[in-house]
Design a binder for this molecule. Structure first.
Ligand SMILES: CC(C)(COP(=O)(O)OP(=O)(O)OC[C@H]1O[C@@H](n2cnc3c(N)ncnc32)[C@H](O)[C@@H]1OP(=O)(O)O)[C@@H](O)C(=O)NCCC(=O)NCCS
Length: 186
């Protein structure tokens, strides 16, 4: 029997669908990204709620959306969460990620979760976990690990990632590179 919290989580999630991003979802991803950039938040909000750092162009998001689409959460037609797919063939388009790729050059067969963000009013309700489970399914058979990089100062994001099973892979100044093995039994 699910506990009370899980029951409420289930009820909440029945309004929300987790799916692959289509072309016409990408502008909404960029809007959510923009509203959660560190530079657009107060220092207090960035500390308590988390923040994103990298800005993507529409063209880059389109390129990254193939062959494995970004994972999104929608409430009706509204995108309320996203987790970006980033394959190595796009890394030359994002110079800010050079240090990440250098630090993991000895790791094989991984996919990078390029950035994750959930609309503020939908946080703390299992949307992140559900998006992660969708990614796990999508990448099973193609990759062995999901890797991402989180700012040391983004405690909310670090704790959320650790809670769903990520662990430290490398630490570089100001950043933690974390990973999780794809669970092929799911
Ligand atoms: C980071 C972010 C995606 C996490 O999503 P979220 O909905 O806030 O995550 P939750 O609060 O549901 O936490 C997910 C899990 O982490 C756990 N968790 C969260 N904060 C925790 C803490 N301080 N200590 C221990 N566990 C914690 C939750 O209990 C939950 O676990 P559960 O599913 O077993 O209950 C979201 O806060 C966000 O989009 N923030 C703004 C942008 C951002 O920071 N993106 C990340 C960039 S790297």
């Amino acid at each position: 029997m699910p506990g009370r919290n899980n029951t409420w989580r289930f009820l909440f999630l029945t309004m929300i669908t987790i799916q692959d991003a289509q072309e016409d979802d990408l502008l909404q991803i960029l809007d959510l990204q923009s509203r959660n950039l560190k530079i657009n938040l107060t220092p207090e909000e960035a500390q308590s709620e988390g923040f994103v750092t990298l800005i993507h162009s529409l063209e880059l998001l389109q390129k990254m959306n193939h062959p494995f689409a970004h994972t999104i959460a929608k409430d009706g037609n509204k995108v309320i969460g996203y987790a970006l797919t980033l394959l190595s063939d796009v890394k030359s388009d994002i110079s800010e990620l050079n240090a990440l790729y250098e630090a993991i050059s000895d790791v094989d067969n991984f996919v990078v979760m390029g950035q994750v963000c959930i609309e503020k009013s939908y946080r703390g309700r299992g949307v992140f976990r559900s998006m992660y489970e969708r990614m796990n399914q999508k990448f099973t058979g193609s990759f062995d690990y999901i890797i991402t990089e989180v700012s040391e100062s983004n405690r909310r994001s670090l704790e959320a990632h650790y809670a769903i099973g990520f662990s430290d892979l490398r630490i570089r100044p100001g950043w933690r590179i974390i990973w999780k093995e794809i669970d092929k039994s799911q």
